[in-house]
Ligand binder design. Sequence first.
Ligand code: ADE
Length: 230
Amino acid sequence: MIMRIDIITCVPDLLTSPFSHSILKRAEDKGLAEVVVHNLREYGAGKHNTIDDYAFGGGAGMVLMIEPIDKCISKLKSQREYDDVIYLSPDGELLKQTISNELSLKKNLILLCGHYKGVDERVREHIVTREISIGDYVLSGGELAAAVLADSIIRLIPGVLNDETSALTDSFQDDLVSPPVYTRPADFNGLKVPEVLTSGHEAKIQEWRFDQAVQRTKERRPDLLRKDDE
Ligand code: ADE
């Protein structure tokens, strides 16, 4: 099954690079995921392809209009069924690994990127099925957030990562952050790698990594452990 992610944006150039490299490109080359970027302006009205207008009631900033968004999404929906139409917005549900895990099981997703002052509220009420924020800060548009969300989803699709990069050992998958990692040289000007890692003792190495992950989580992200106390 190939997963398809359609991203709707008025700044498509912002989204070309993230999907042309490394793991995301490999996912597309292997036929496991397809990312299609749509330029909202192509669905704009009139000879200027207008996609935004002033806010009713006044105030600074432009608002993306419902018509072009509806036109674009209706066309996509006439071609296939979508599991979700996700609007990226700082007031959406905060993105967590559990959400990415869940979305990685879907077949077709639409990601809608806001810009300026956002989109007409009727889009959010009647077209969008889910709203996601990638963090408590405001970006200039939803594009970088859509790239972050798509990346976190696509890398989880079975076959995208190889054993070495397996998502099963990621931070957060088991509510623990990752243990420290080292590579050659084992001694850099007296800075030594923990001995256990060069011992060849697989069980001891696994135990050390787990202990380090727990310790790090306690120090850096105690909120991840607190869930267990509830
Ligand atoms: N658009 C602007 N800021 C955003 C954020 N933090 N998350 C998702 N979309 C956004």
